[in-house]
Design a protein around this ligand. Structure first.
Ligand SMILES: [Zn+2]
Length: 426
């Protein structure tokens, strides 16, 4: 991805650097050739030759670009699983994904890690974004997912004689798990996404307390993936699934819903981050009926919500790393509403605004393995910045409304926000 040339000065706003540090009032952020040269009080800013670009934050907030830590670019606001993999061809899904990538950037998300995708679209989406062919977040790609036979994603009855190769490899035993990873290695992905457990979405045979892969299958995935330098994550709700994942050597835990003391200890000891993706549960409870979810499914989401809230509070208190985002791309969590997750963490889970922003920026960058170059506003990092109209410390929900996003920069280049639409406004 291209970097800006010249100097950009962002001034007249409070700076929240993403590390959890207190905001700096009347701050200045200086970006030179796409890289942050200074972030701090305006009074201490180094003298510089006339900047090529000046952005006046108008008393608002200057933040690192947000990181969506569990994005599904290929889920296009679907309401049922059949919408994925069966109803639409790869060509259409790819076009949808390109639109979703642009939407994510316009919502202030300058980076994202995939939580699984159809076919191998993420890998090519990442290339197109990196080559500035399309707009989108800097991406960590995952490809097709892996689930045990009879598990959550193996929902297609055999009489239909339809496979699920577009979204998931269905594996039976460690040998098949290994061969699925080997296929993914050739695809060029970074994250192997697996299904150690079920979910409230499948109350009859694969609910949130059910295991969907054996420890041996999970271990085979990790050994093969690590051998080739890939990382492994998994959809983990049931306590035993979380424990299996941590013992098998997983690099991240998605959801981590029913976390007990042993799991928390294992997670902290190995420094494994977690992406709760929890707002989805509340929206499923609140809007499920409207989209035809059964009462049993909604009740399961309520139980998942309560378990997840408890688990997030414990992980935060224990000093664990979390990234925010997750499962936007369903009918009741459409693309473009990602920042609801931050409001949810402040209002419903009880995180402070600073902790929430830290998870939504630096936490996500850590999950991506790119915290040395993005996720916070610090000297030497990429100029990925979000300028928001208003005080996000007082009202985090400002981030939900794109009209409040004045500037979204990647590598110092203004890509989106109201100033980008308004030529001459900068
Ligand atoms: Zn997901």
């Amino acid at each position: 991805m291209k970097l800006a040339s010249g100097t950009t000065l962002i001034r007249n706003g409070q700076l929240i650097d993403g590390t959890g540090a207190a905001p700096i009032a009347d701050a200045a952020l200086l970006i030179k050739d796409g890289i942050i040269a200074y972030a701090g009080p305006a009074a201490d800013a180094p003298a510089t030759e006339a900047p090529t670009q000046i952005i006046d934050a108008q008393g608002g907030s200057i933040l690192p670009g947000l990181v969506e830590a569990h994005i599904h670019l290929t889920y296009f606001n679907v309401t049922e699983l059949q919408d994925l993999d069966i109803k639409y061809p790869v060509e259409y899904v790819t076009l949808q994904s390109a639109v979703n990538a642009r939407t994510a950037l316009e919502c202030g998300y300058t980076s994202a890690r995939s939580g699984g995708c159809l076919h191998n679209i993420d890998v090519w989406m990442k290339k197109a974004i990196e080559e500035d062919m399309i707009l989108g977040p800097r991406l960590s790609a995952s490809g097709r997912e892996i689930c045990g036979a009879g598990g959550l994603m193996d929902w297609n009855p055999d009489y239909r004689k339809i496979g699920m190769e577009g979204i998931v490899f269905i594996v039976n035993g460690p040998d098949q798990a290994r061969s699925a990873v080997r296929k993914l290695v050739k695809d060029g992905i970074e994250w192997v996404k697996t299904y150690p457990t079920g979910d409230a979405a499948s109350p009859d045979i694969n609910d949130h307390h059910t295991l969907c892969m054996t420890f041996e299958e999970m271990h085979a995935v990790v050994a093969t993936a690590h051998n080739h330098g890939l990382k492994v994550t998994g959809h983990c709700r049931a306590t035993e699934g979380i424990r299996n994942a941590l013992k098998a050597g997983y690099d991240c835990i998605e959801h981590g819903t029913f976390m007990d003391d042993e799991c928390l200890d294992l997670m902290l000891k190995r420094g494994v981050p977690m992406c709760p993706g929890l707002g989805f549960e509340l929206w499923s409870v609140q809007r499920g009926r409207e989209f035809g979810l059964s009462q049993r499914v909604i009740d399961g989401h309520q139980e998942t919500l309560e378990g997840g809230v408890e688990s997030c509070r414990r992980v935060l208190k224990a000093g664990g790393v979390m990234g925010l985002g997750g499962d936007y791309g369903f009918g009741w969590t459409p693309h473009g509403t990602y920042a609801q997750e931050l409001t949810f963490f402040v209002n419903h889970v009880g995180f402070s605004v600073l902790d929430t922003l830290k998870c939504a920026t630096l936490g996500g960058a850590k999950i991506m393995g790119r915290d040395h170059e993005l996720g916070s506003l610090e000297k030497g990092k990429l100029g990925d910045v979000l300028v928001v109209k208003g005080d996000v410390m007082r009202d985090i929900s400002l981030l939900e409304n794109r009209n409040h996003l004045m500037a979204v920069l990647q590598g110092g280049i203004l890509k989106a926000g109201t100033l980008a639409h308004n030529a001459g406004g900068i």
